[in-house]
Design a protein around this ligand. Structure first.
Ligand code: IFM
Length: 450
């Protein structure tokens, strides 16, 4: 099964999950530094203070990327590392880290793909309301300008936000993620400000780097009903509107789905004239982060949405139920997910250029004689790439695929127990081991087929 000649194979990461050095070289505090330091918020009391120590080990890690043949590396910029207070003074040492990282990647022949926001909001801005404050969109665009001004001469590929749905839902409604708020009535306001920030950031980056390509990484999953009842089928429509169309419709069409009409208590954002025009500023591609599908059911208690979604209940370990494999995140392995999302984008949004910006799986890994035989991860990746290939054969404009993740890392509220990497990390010693999946990926990249 061959992929097109210029199809890009990479791997992804994010700053808080790998960098560590949380208070070094003038870095300010992020909402994740703050949240993870609150006892009880993260499993086993862990935090990202050290993580994979990528801040100090990036040179060696880039050699590992080279060893497994990565063509591209997607990473995020830690906003308060560069602008400690969120706006105003730039921390040159922080900016210089990303400058060196880009140079080192290019020297290794690896394409740097910059994601501007993977949830590392400066805590100072959270103290001013975070994304509930409309000014946050403006501060984000100023931060984007600073980064594009510095890196835009060497970085061609950009993303504004990673998974704004997760920022808004886990961060402001369910409270599992930083900033840890439970304010459902603020949901849509947060979404709107994030999307406004996205639109302003697209313009800011283009102003500094006119020939770059810029998009956004959205978490998109096919939605299925738990039963065939009319109410569950309606729940699917609502879930689809909330989780998919809330983001794709304004970006591609300049409208919000009807779920957010004025009568809906969730729709408390003040949308000003011209906002949707900014949000729908044309982008060069859309990134999709896809891992599984969601099953939803009707719920009369879910005010404003009418459905309850996938359970957030976590498990210790992967398992098989009714013949279906679930990962250690308790996510169903549903390999058609990427194919279905790519086909949906083709049918409903004019077949834009797409990158699969994240796909991968957490399984329990064990080290035996300095090797990690992660066959379940290999089969997961292989089956999902088969879906990509099928979509390409049916006319999708998918241009590349990034494994989540390049390296085991800090999995947010789950701490370090969930491993997604192609590279294993022994957190006590920071020793790395290329897993069998890393070697398998290398072979796929070299042969261009799976
Ligand atoms: O680790 C996360 C990443 O930060 C965002 N997308 C999903 C991954 C796995 O949960």
């Amino acid at each position: 099964m061959n992929f097109p000649k210029n199809f890009l194979f990479g791997a992804a990461s994010s700053s808080y999950q790998i960098e560590g050095a949380w208070d070094e070289d003038g870095k300010g505090e992020s909402i994740w530094d703050h949240f993870a330091h609150i006892p009880g918020k993260i499993k086993n009391g862990e935090n990202g203070d050290i993580a994979c120590d990528f801040y100090h080990r990036y040179r060696d890690d880039i050699q590992l990327m080279k060893e497994i043949g990565l063509q591209a590396f997607r990473f995020s910029i830690n906003w308060p590392r560069v602008i400690p207070d969120g706006y105003g003074k730039v921390n040159i040492k922080g900016l210089d880290f990303y400058n060196r990282l880009v140079d080192e990647l290019l020297a290794a022949g690896i394409k740097p793909c910059v994601n501007l926001y993977h949830w590392e909001l400066p805590q100072t801005l959270q103290n001013l309301g975070g994304w509930m404050n409309r000014d946050c969109a403006k501060w984000f665009s100023e931060f984007s300008s600073v980064i594009a001004d510095k890196l835009g001469d060497r970085v061609d590929d950009w993303m504004t936000l990673n998974e704004p749905m997760m920022s808004a839902s886990l961060g402001y409604v369910l409270g599992y993620h930083a900033p840890g708020l439970k304010k459902p009535l603020q949901f849509f306001k947060v979404v709107h400000h994030l999307l406004l920030g996205h639109g302003l950031s697209v313009k800011a980056v283009r102003a500094e780097a006119p020939s770059c390509k810029i998009g956004i990484a959205l978490d998109l999953r096919p939605v299925y009903p738990e039963s065939e009842s009319i109410k569950d089928l309606q729940a699917v429509k609502n879930a689809d509107a909330l989780m998919r169309r809330t983001f794709l419709d304004p970006i591609f069409n300049g409208t919000y789905p009807p779920l957010f009409n004025k009568q809906n208590i969730l729709a408390r954002a003040r949308i000003k004239e011209g906002d949707l025009k900014i949000i729908s500023t044309p982008i060069d591609y859309v990134g999709i982060n896809t891992y599984s599908r969601d099953k939803v059911r009707y719920s009369r208690w879910a005010i404003g949405t009418g459905f309850t979604g996938p359970s957030e209940k976590t498990v210790d370990k992967e398992y098989v139920k009714d013949g279906i494999q679930y990962t250690a995140m308790n996510w169903e392995v549903y390999p058609q997910c990427i194919y279905e999302i790519l086909m949906m984008l083709k049918k409903d949004y004019g077949n834009p250029d797409v990158y699969v910006t994240e796909n991968g799986a957490a399984f329990t890994d064990t080290v035996e004689n300095n090797r990690v035989h992660d066959i379940k991860r290999i089969s997961y990746l292989k089956d999902h790439l088969t879906g990509v290939k099928q979509a390409l054969d049916e006319g999708s404009n998918c241009k590349g695929y990034f494994v989540w993740s390049f390296i085991d890392n800090f999995e947010w509220s789950e701490g370090y127990c969930k491993r997604f990497g192609l590279i294993y990390v022994d957190y006590k010693t920071q020793k790395r081991i290329i897993k069998d999946s890393g070697l398998w990926y290398k072979n796929l990249i070299t042969s261009n087929k799976c």
